[in-house]
Design a protein around this ligand. Structure first.
Ligand code: PLP
Length: 451
């Protein structure tokens, strides 16, 4: 039998078959003429929806109703679905008895919610390498910004020393990412958690990039809170999660004041204002009509990923990471960004710079000439990218004339997308772009009427 070559890719894809994503067959125009199938390689920004999530949302849609508000059948059904979603997320994260799962809009929202619930005088310790969502919410809380470590050991040592020096009369929180949105590298979360706890501090895990790629178990990691976003977890319906210890959340003012968070509101005699009794539990921080579709979508993704098994997903993703890393290493002038050095374990996220190329021009050429969607710039992690890319400049949000290029992938990424990406970078760098590119409104685009 001579079937060895064709069998290999089919076997490699097998674990992903139950986890198809939407959009893998979308056709896009090329600026060089014709069209091609879109290669979505920007999962770290927003991942495509799992088909299973889409189907689950569509199946529920006719039964959509208000949550925690109506006496009608569909309202009861929707309320049950919302609370079932909470229980599914709690299981997905391995929550402890008494932990709370609060549905938010996103990781940014979750971390801002926690920042608003910090006890008086709380000091926050955070590495400068964090995404802005994990770096900025603590401003005004005596934030201690730790320098970028160059190894796991250094990260643990740096935190240990910083916490040893802290004022023990004040509560403290450490915020750390599970996987970097720039380098994709994994962080030593459980070692950092034990250092935090040894010094009487608490720790929140920013799992925005970790949860889509690896099992996140709040109990096994021994972190106090976990935050993640639905749209990076193949569930793009506007929900996120903050899960963990209930006490700080229970003592805090509600994140939003309004219906749902309030148990009782009475007017003071003589028109002297309002007295409010707030709810305990998750409802305290979920004022307004909850996003039941978003919560249902996240729960559906949690179930699908758990059933597929993170070990199988990670094994397949590791193979794609190796293919991209090896492919880029063979292209002259390419430097893959890394904090922890070559071979450090990472999820399916790699950023790189190319000598003589602005990141924006390369990303524009990948899109215009090859139908490949990647991201360029500073990835909302300005201090980290600046530290890794000498002199990189630009703004978060797409108008960066320079910075790095980031390729990211995960469940449902076909081998062909990754192969096309590696080939395209090689061709562009060796042969040059076929079109001219200019910056318009802060974005690189093919020059009109050229090429
Ligand atoms: N944390 C990390 C590591 C991220 O990569 C991101 C988004 O890219 C965020 C937090 C913020 O996530 P969101 O934009 O969904 O709030």
């Amino acid at each position: 039998m001579s079937t060895a070559a064709p069998v290999a890719p089919a076997r490699a894809l097998a674990p992903l078959l139950p986890l198809a994503v939407l959009g893998h067959d979308v056709r896009v125009p090329l600026a060089t003429g014709g069209e091609t199938t879109y290669a979505a390689l920007d999962y770290a920004a927003s991942a495509p929806a799992l088909r299973r999530v889409w189907d689950d949302v569509a199946a529920y849609a006719p039964y959509y109703g208000s949550v925690h508000r109506g006496a009608g059948h569909l309202s009861q059904l929707s309320t049950r679905l919302f609370e079932d979603a909470r229980a599914t997320v709690a299981r997905f994260l391995g929550c402890r008895p008494g932990d709370q799962v609060v549905f938010t809009r996103s990781t940014t929202d979750s971390l801002n919610l926690l920042a608003g619930a910090l006890p008086r005088g709380c000091q926050v310790f955070v590495f400068e390498t964090e995404h802005h969502a994990a770096l900025l919410p603590w401003r005004g809380h005596g934030t201690v910004c730790l320098p970028a470590p160059r190894s796991h050991e250094q990260a643990v040592r740096t935190l240990d020393e910083a916490l040893a020096d802290r004022d023990r009369t004040r509560p403290a929180l450490v915020c750390v990412t599970g996987a970097s949105n720039v380098t994709g590298e994994l962080w030593p979360v459980s070692a950092l958690a034990s250092v935090a706890h040894a010094h009487g501090a608490r720790i929140v895990l920013d799992a925005a990039q970790l949860a889509p790629h690896r099992a996140v178990d709040i109990t096994a990691l021994d972190v106090d809170w976990v935050a993640f976003s639905g749209h990076k977890l193949y569930a793009p319906f506007g929900s996120g999660v903050l899960a963990g210890r209930a006490d700080w959340l229970a003592e805090a003012e509600p994140y939003l004041a309004g219906g749902g968070a309030s148990r009782q509101v009475v007017t003071r005699e003589g028109g002297g204002g309002l007295d409010v009794v707030w709810h305990d539990g998750a409802a305290r921080h979920e004022a307004g009509s909850p996003n039941v579709i978003g919560a249902h979508a996240i729960a559906s993704a949690c179930t699908a990923l758990t059933e597929a098994g993170f070990d199988a997903l990670a094994e397949r993703e590791d193979a794609l990471v190796r293919r991209v890393a090896d492919g880029l290493a063979a292209v002259p002038g390419v430097r893959v960004l890394s904090l922890f050095g070559p071979g450090a374990p990472r999820v399916g996220v790699l950023s790189f710079v190319v000598a003589g190329w602005s990141g924006g021009r390369l990303a524009a050429a990948l899109s215009a000439e090859y139908g490949i969607g990647v991201r360029d710039g500073l990835f909302c992690a300005h201090p980290l990218v600046r530290a890794l890319v000498d002199g990189a400049a630009g703004e978060c949000g797409g108008d960066a004339p320079s910075g790095a290029v980031r390729v990211s992938f995960g469940v449902g990424t076909p081998d062909e997308h990754v192969q096309r990406f590696v080939r395209a970078v090689g061709e562009l760098v060796r042969r040059g772009a076929r079109l001219d590119y200019v910056v318009e409104d802060g974005h690189w685009r093919p020059a009109r009427g050229r090429g």
